[in-house]
Design a protein around this ligand. Structure first.
Ligand code: NAD
Length: 294
């Protein structure tokens, strides 16, 4: 079995996978690959899959499957798996770090020190305690964020079109979440319903001075609408890990908008998570091997 490791995983992974076959990270060997391991960089489009006639299994190390043409892969009898449980803590901790960075003005304070300014008087921070956090998407990551937020004394509400009950989150309609939240954190997958869901109409329903955190998917927001709302102050800050493309286009309006905190899609990139993803990949390959032998 030829296993192509197409994106960056934990450095221990090639050694761990040797028990299953020939392991390579040479992407020119795609035509011979039986299994391809990807994260978010490699796009498993129809054209990509067509170049791999032996392919039987695509493993996406991570949650979303929006970089895999699922329909085409399935039509070719290729199994597509991901590692959805591994990343929840890593992403939730980043969402929380972004929320804390905004409320504590960490980036502005740091930058002022770098430029030799002593901005002690100007740097008024704000606290999370007593604030309302609105989660859009109350799945695995949203729930881990809710757990941390409650420990900080936040009131946690959320909207999820499929989840009907949560121990940690008071579920509400989307409009109620938009209208009552001081912080809105996005944790939905990218799909037809969620693409562009943060736009001028939904922003207009939010509290003035709302803070939006996005560790879900960049395309869930309409960048021009959000940039205009940041300019006007309607949205006080946008902290994001996710973009329309990795990296964002040079003319992405959010790169120049005020009060934006940005990270380069590192939500899942903790060393602990990469090890957990490796553990799940080993389990998936064991199952695959058993099925092939059966
Ligand atoms: P999950 O499937 O456990 O949770 C997603 C939730 O969204 C589900 O409860 C689902 O019911 C809900 N949902 C789906 N469509 C909706 C809609 N139209 N309106 C409201 N709710 C809707 O997934 P998860 O593990 O919590 O991950 C959430 C997302 O986080 C992923 O899909 C991915 O886009 C993103 N993610 C980002 C990173 C990163 O590096 N920043 C890493 C992992 C995951």
């Amino acid at each position: 079995m030829k296993i192509l490791i197409s994106d960056a995983f934990d450095p221990s992974l090639p050694q761990r996978l040797k028990a299953f076959g020939d392991v390579t990270d040479d992407t020119s060997q795609l035509p011979e690959a039986d299994v391809v391991l990807v994260r978010s960089k490699t796009k498993c489009t129809k054209e990509y899959i067509e170049r791999a006639p032996n392919l039987k299994l695509i493993i996406r190390g991570g949650v979303g499957l929006d970089n895999v043409d699922l329909e085409y892969a399935t039509s070719k009898g290729i199994e597509v798996r991901n590692t959805p449980e591994a990343s929840s803590v890593a992403v939730a901790e980043l969402a929380f770090a972004l929320m804390l960075a905004v409320s504590n003005r960490i980036v502005e304070a740091h930058n002022s020190m770098v430029t030799g300014e002593w901005a002690k008087k100007q740097m008024k921070r704000s606290e999370l305690m007593g604030k309302t956090l609105g989660l859009i998407g109350v799945g695995r990551i949203g729930t881990v964020v809710a757990n941390r937020a409650r420990a900080f004394g936040m009131y946690v509400i959320g909207y999820d079109c499929y989840v009907e009950y949560s121990d940690l989150v008071e579920l509400k309609s989307l409009d109620e979440v938009l209208a009552s939240s001081d912080y809105i954190s996005l944790h939905v997958p990218l799909c037809l319903d969620t693409e562009g869901m943060i736009n001028k109409e939904t922003i207009a329903k939010m509290k003035d001075g709302v803070i939006i955190i996005n560790t879900g998917r960049g395309k869930c927001v309409v960048e021009d609408d959000l940039a205009a709302a940041l300019e006007s102050g309607k949205v006080r800050a946008y902290a994001t890990d996710v973009w329309y493309s990795d990296p964002p286009a040079e003319d992405c309006p959010l790169l120049k908008a005020p009060n934006v905190i940005m990270t380069p899609h590192i939500g899942a990139s903790t060393k602990e998570n990469l090890l957990r993803i490796g553990d799940q990949i080993v389990e998936i390959l064991k199952e695959h091997q058993q099925k092939q032998g059966a």
